[in-house]
Design a binder for this molecule. Structure first.
Ligand code: NAD
Length: 364
């Protein structure tokens, strides 16, 4: 029996609810294929602030580093919402990304045909959408210094700094090329090279790397054009790679295509190799959904699909990843829906029932 060590960081709100269902599905998979998933759990986010006074307690990073992968729920909630507070739940995510050197965030967006009714866009626009957005995660405007507000004789001023080194750009762009190579071989590099200096460097680095991947067709798309095209012709994209803030905005826009936050998942990868893949942190893209927490209404599919990404990228088990993705599709095909993706006539199930249904399909 092969053992895998998985660090579990369920977090706050619906985080623990959806992570419980994700581990249930993994256990079902383990039983069928002979894998032993050893889960080591730690408290992070708001719950950790309540218990330890910090969002990312000592020892959690070390625990994650000793694992094959990290499965993360979500952190935050109204109780810890004060933006002026020195300790905030999201420090857990930023600390993990920095501490584990996870610089590439992958968000796959696939519109399943039977969920088209749940999306605000027309069916003809959504047909064939199957794309991945790769967002640079540890550089750019969110981390550049100086970042401050000060008072001048003419009032307050604030500054943020967007900075990138060519090394930071090259490593994430390569993730884009590699991923495109294994898919439809199309890479859209998104920047604002007509205005922004870091974007001009970004574009140069992409052009310098492109000859190493002659099989991949590259296009440069300005971020404003990309934002429009994601709504007008989303199926024209295969892999998109972009810097931190542009990616932050575009990934949320792309998430609308799929109908619900409860369906989308993400992988944050670095360069560290595990025994069978690349070390990474896997999480649904949604937050802690305080409005439905504790009511068994949360859709656990994003968290379950996170485990499929984990199997594919960190654990070297692509066939087993397909088993989980197929199981989700079969359950949805049979008409089972959590309330967020239900339309008239669907069989509405709760969080636990959805987890049970997927786990049972995985076991078949
Ligand atoms: P949210 O994603 O938590 O919720 C937005 C809406 O989507 C809500 O109506 C919610 O009920 C619904 N929703 C989200 N996930 C769902 C699911 N799995 N199933 C069904 N419905 C779902 O975003 P928000 O309301 O802006 O943020 C709530 C809290 O979560 C805030 O404290 C925020 O900081 C935090 N947050 C954390 C993360 C993270 O940890 N990665 C990400 C985003 C927001």
């Amino acid at each position: 029996m092969t053992d895998f060590r998985i660090a579990l960081l369920p977090g706050d709100g619906i985080g623990p609810e959806v992570i419980t269902e994700a581990t249930k599905v993994l256990e079902s998979l383990g039983k069928r294929f002979g894998y032993n998933f050893q889960f080591q759990e730690a408290i992070v986010g708001g719950a950790a602030i309540d218990k330890y006074g910090v969002a990312l307690p000592d020892g959690v990073l070390e625990m994650c580093k000793k694992s094959d992968a990290v499965l993360f729920g979500a952190v935050g909630g109204p109780k810890w919402d004060d933006p002026t507070s020195k300790v905030r739940p999201e420090q857990a995510i930023l600390g993990l990304r920095k501490g584990l050197q996870l610089f590439a965030n992958l968000r796959p967006v696939e519109v399943m045909p039977f969920l088209m009714d749940a999306s605000p866009l027309k069916k003809e626009i959504l047909e064939g959408v199957d794309l991945v957005v790769i967002r640079e995660l540890t550089g750019g405007l969110y981390f550049g210094k100086p970042q401050k507000t000060w008072t001048t004789s003419r009032g307050r001023r604030a500054v943020d700094t967007m900075a990138y080194s060519e090394g930071e750009i090259a490593r994430v762009v390569r993730v884009g090329f590699e991923l495109a190579r294994g898919r439809k071989k199309r890479l859209a590099s998104v920047d604002k090279a007509n205005v922004v200096e870091t974007s001009r460097l970004w574009r140069q680095v992409v052009n310098e790397i492109a000859p190493e991947y002659p099989d991949v067709q590259v296009e440069h798309v300005l971020v404003d054009t990309a934002a429009m095209r994601l709504i007008q012709r989303p199926a024209s994209f295969d892999v998109i790679v972009t810097e931190n803030m542009f990616g932050d905005i575009l990934t949320d826009e792309a998430s609308v295509l799929a109908g619900s936050m409860g369906m989308l998942t993400s992988a944050s990868l670095g360069t560290r190799r595990t025994r069978r893949g690349t070390f990474g942190m896997y999480e649904p893209i949604h937050g802690t959904a305080p409005d439905i927490a504790g009511q068994k209404k949360a859709n656990p599919i994003a968290a379950v699909l996170s485990t499929a990404l984990m199997l594919r990228y960190s654990l070297g088990l692509p066939r087993e990843a397909d088993v989980i993705e197929d199981a989700v599709k079969r359950v949805l095909n049979a008409g089972h829906r959590t309330v967020d993706i239900a339309v008239q006539g669907d069989k509405v199930v709760n969080t636990v029932e959805m987890g049970d249904l997927i786990a049972a399909e995985v076991a078949k």
